[in-house]
Design a protein around this ligand. Structure first.
Ligand code: FES
Length: 116
């Protein structure tokens, strides 16, 4: 667990969860180190993923969530599990996911250190 913690740089994206502005699709977009990231509100909690679909680069921020909290790409409709990023049809695509921590200090997204 401690090793996992060291793997990430935790970037504060907002001071309070209510500061995140979610679109109707329950997806908000933010930027960390010039990288666009989707913040996704599911029944299971807040998740973070790349805005770029691993299939052909579709903009996941314009996607939709299904009832299970999976995110659906708006371009060809591939569906990704927001727990592990895996495409649920098993074609081997993985959407880049980022760990999220919410504390009294704010909402943080973990970015892997370049050398990890
Ligand atoms: S670009 Fe996302 S499913 Fe094809």
């Amino acid at each position: 667990m401690i090793r996992e913690e060291k793997k990430y740089r935790w970037i504060k994206i907002v001071g309070n969860i209510h500061e995140l502005i979610f679109e109707e699709n329950n997806i908000a977009e933010t930027e960390i180190d010039g990288k666009k990231i989707c913040i996704v509100k599911t029944a299971d909690g807040i998740k973070a993923c790349s805005t770029k679909c691993p299939h052909a680069g579709g903009d996941m921020a314009k996607g939709k969530l299904d009832k299970k909290g999976n995110i659906i790409c708006p371009v060809h409709g591939y569906i990704f599990n927001t727990d592990n990023g895996r495409d649920i049809n098993g074609e081997g695509y993985f959407l880049k996911m980022y760990p999220v921590k919410i504390s009294e200090e704010g909402v943080f997204v973990g970015i892997e250190h370049a050398n990890s």
